[in-house]
Design a binder for this molecule. Structure first.
Ligand code: MET
Ligand SMILES: [Zn+2]
Length: 765
């Protein structure tokens, strides 16, 4: 019998129930009990849904109200001191860690957030100190196992592994130099033992322990750490399924195959070629192999026949009892169900599988491999063959003009005409900005009124012209606001955009959209990634009318605002039949035309955002050059079609840039803005290390939290930056767009920012 399994499921609810409940709780509209109840309903629906698809091993413990790494930190008492002692309930401490808290005498910023591997999901970075006092505050894995059992589903609890937990975390501020979280392993292990022993006592058969760091280049000591940790855990634990996902095990396989675990999960979606060596390595052991053949990262229907072949290969080597068919990773990166989509054409719908459909796919593959004679299984397999054939047929169509244009790209097309120093002078004349120029990253609060107007337009309750008028009024008021508080380089505020990627996707050929395809990005923030289904091109101008309108109502310079090619690609579900590089180049050419049109329309500065450049970086260093090569040239291709007088900006947020900083310099944007506030300005060390020649605005405050930074705080940050950056290169801005913020905190924060910049002009005159 070949078993089927799912590694994790979206925790947002089919109708975004979790977002709604969490935000209502934050707003004081529902109680903690109501929130717990709403969460319980979603968990129960998830378990029963997965089971109903025929899956044998259903996950539990993967649910989260905010972030699963944060859950884990809270459960293990890894709670920085700044969040304790305020007389907050554990739930409020938890949310304070996730998003900061500023109320009733409590004023604490959020913890640092980082991208989860190469995905657009963000986790809250655990902070470890030498005196971190690990204890099991609550056993989430056990509680949710029991909860699922009571709902009639026996599950496989999911736990983040100890080594990944420590490596994903950081040393708390004030730790002694050289302190490394991994040194806490001996102190942490007893708590894991307690957790696992409790699971075993509760009758848990299998526990899934996630060690995703196994797909990263091995730290030197991985080998001994894994060997000693799992030797200690295995005897007292339920059967351990050790999982790796998002990439290949590579050289880590040599020690992983020797661990005393009952099962090993590998990602065959991202790294199909590792199957042979894994089979060879574990054949002499008793390890059960979980094959991640159904992608947890994209939304394309699995080619079941191809997956069955891989499964059969594993069965031939190991026997059916040692094979599990699984999703490649948790399905948290995919929308809940295709069933809710009513606007996709039948042809399009037939191409896709979302989380629920993917659960069914693993079950079908496992049934076929188990020799099932069930007519329904045979039928599902047949239907899949037809769907895959149809998609292949569609893939043969192409937009020849786009293909030709991509083939004709030459390197001179992606170089600016003159070097930065020359451009700078020309641009300074055109823009006339003061020293320490202030600007924002683009979006202003997306208010209820804006969302309502958009919804009305979608429902046909207002006309296109009425909507456009509304947007113009919004733009004008955002412009007046910026003038009033004294910002220097203005933006139009992006009120017309539902989402920075979706907005462009909807105006380009080659994309399709879902109505309800939400995927969690961080906390209660979900996105609906567009899907690239065919060649991409620009049927006409996208942003020109709004940017030129905004410029027409002010004498101050207006910055045009576009989402960059790499980010559109990385935040979409890409097609699987054409390389990412080619898809990116197609996007670049479309955006290049838009940038040129903005300049023609009289716009003097254009920002092309690339917040997702870093996240697309391959997990293995050996693969970096290839990616950085085409992504950097794609950005440049999009921005180099203009004259020297156009000031190009780019923006990056959420991640560590240390390792790719030379590539950021290579983009040759005239100005970059970059997240720095949450990572404790450690970025500044990067500037020190590599130097930076163009203008730069490391964010002076964190916009991901409603907390208002004081003027003093911002001055301190500016002063800290000036210890490393020369004053004529520094630009003053928040660390990201303001669309998730309310107007009140936006105004207060920006007033402080402008005042701090004025202070800097005097102080560093
Ligand atoms: C995630 S980066 C966001 C950049 C965009 N221009 C904004 O201000 O919202
Ligand atoms: Zn940003």
């Amino acid at each position: 019998m070949v078993a089927s399994s799912v590694l994790g499921f979206p925790r947002i609810g089919a109708n975004r129930e979790v977002k709604k409940a969490v935000e209502a709780y934050w707003a004081g509209k529902i109680s903690a009990d109501d929130l717990t109840k709403a969460a319980a309903d979603v968990k129960k629906t998830n378990w029963t849904t997965i089971k109903a698809q025929g899956v044998d091993l259903v996950p539990s413990g993967d649910f989260s109200l905010y972030d699963h790494v944060l859950d884990h930190s809270a459960a293990f008492n890894v709670i920085p001191k700044r969040y304790t002692g305020h007389d907050l309930s554990p739930l409020d401490v938890y949310f304070a860690m996730g998003r900061g808290r500023q109320a009733a005498g409590v004023d604490v910023p959020a913890s640092e957030m980082k991208k989860w591997f190469d995905s657009n999901y963000h986790f809250v970075v655990p902070e470890f100190a030498e005196d971190t006092d690990f204890k099991l505050v609550f056993n989430k894995a056990l509680e949710e196992f029991n909860e699922a059992k009571a709902a009639g589903v026996v599950t496989r609890p999911v736990v983040l592994g100890p080594i990944s937990f420590l490596y994903l975390g950081k040393a708390a501020k004030g730790s002694s130099a050289g302190f490394q979280p991994i040194s806490l392993l001996p102190k942490l292990l007893p708590v894991y033992k307690q957790l696992l022993a409790d699971l075993k006592a509760a009758g848990v058969e299998w526990v899934q322990i996630d060690e995703p760091i196994l797909v990263l280049d091995a730290a030197q000591d991985y080998h001994t750490q894994f060997a000693s940790v799992y030797a200690e855990l295995a005897p007292i634990s339920p059967k351990i399924l050790l999982t790796s996902y998002y990439g290949r095990l590579d050289s880590n396989l040599s020690f992983v195959a020797k661990l005393p675990v009952a099962g090993l999960h590998i990602d065959l979606d991202r790294a199909p070629s590792q199957l042979d060596e894994v089979l060879a390595a574990i054949k002499p052991t008793n390890i059960v192999l979980s094959l991640g053949v159904v992608s947890g990262r994209n939304i394309w229907k699995t080619d079941l026949s191809a997956a069955i072949k891989l499964g059969q290969k594993a069965i031939d080597a190991l026997g059916a009892d040692r094979v599990i068919i699984a999703t490649s990773s948790s399905l948290l990166h995919t929308p809940v169900t295709l069933a809710a989509e009513t606007k996709l054409t039948a042809e399009q719908k037939d191409w896709f599988a979302f989380a629920t459909e993917k659960a069914k796919e693993v079950a079908t593959i496992a049934s076929v491999l188990s020799g099932s004679q069930d007519a329904k299984v045979a039928e599902a397999l047949e239907e899949n063959k037809v769907s895959i054939a149809k998609r292949r047929e569609f893939e043969r169509t192409s937009d020849d003009a786009v293909r030709k244009r991509v083939a004709a790209i030459t390197p001179d097309m992606w170089a600016r005409k003159s070097p930065f120093s020359v451009r700078r002078e020309i641009q300074q004349k055109a823009l006339n900005l003061p020293k320490f120029a202030t600007t924002t990253i683009g979006s202003f609060p997306q208010t209820k009124e804006i969302r309502t107007a958009r919804a009305k337009l979608t429902k046909g309750e207002i006309t296109e012209a009425e909507y456009d008028d509304f947007i113009k009024k919004e733009i004008e008021s955002v412009v007046r606001f910026q003038e009033k508080i004294g910002l220097d380089l203005l933006v139009h505020g992006e009120p017309e955009r539902n989402d920075m990627v979706q907005y462009f996707g909807e105006r380009l050929n080659g994309f399709v959209f879902t109505q309800n395809g939400w995927v969690q990005s961080y906390g209660s923030r979900y996105v609906r990634p567009p899907i690239i289904v065919s060649d991409v091109s620009r049927p006409g101008p996208i942003t020109i009318q709004w940017s030129s309108y905004a410029q027409s109502v002010t004498d101050k310079p207006m910055k045009g605002m576009l989402t960059g090619p790499v980010t559109i690609l990385n935040w979409s579900f890409p097609r699987a039949d054409v390389s990412r590089e080619i898809q990116c180049k197609q996007l670049s050419l479309a955006l290049r035309d838009e940038v040129v049109d903005l300049e023609k329309a009289g716009i003097k500065a254009v920002q092309v955002d690339e917040p997702a450049l870093r996240e697309g970086l391959p997990l293995r260093k050996a693969d970096w050059d290839e990616y950085l090569g085409w992504s950097v040239s794609s950005f440049k291709l999009a921005t180099a079609g203009v004259t020297d007088a156009l000031q190009t900006h780019s923006h990056f947020c959420y991640s560590d840039f240390d390792d790719i900083f030379p590539s950021i310099q290579a983009l040759d944007a005239d100005v970059i803005s970059i997240e720095a506030s949450k990572s404790d300005l450690k970025l500044l060390n990067t500037f020190k290390q590599y130097g930076y020649s163009n203008q730069i605005g490391p964010g002076v405050y964190d916009i991901h939290s409603p907390r208002v930074p004081s003027e003093e705080e911002i001055k301190e940050r500016i002063a800290a930056m000036l210890a490393t950056l020369t004053d004529d290169l520094l630009v003053i801005n928040p660390d990201c767009g303001l669309k998730t913020r309310g107007w009140k905190e936006t105004e207060a924060s920006l007033v402080n920012l402008v005042n701090a910049a004025r202070w800097a002009r005097k102080t560093y005159a």
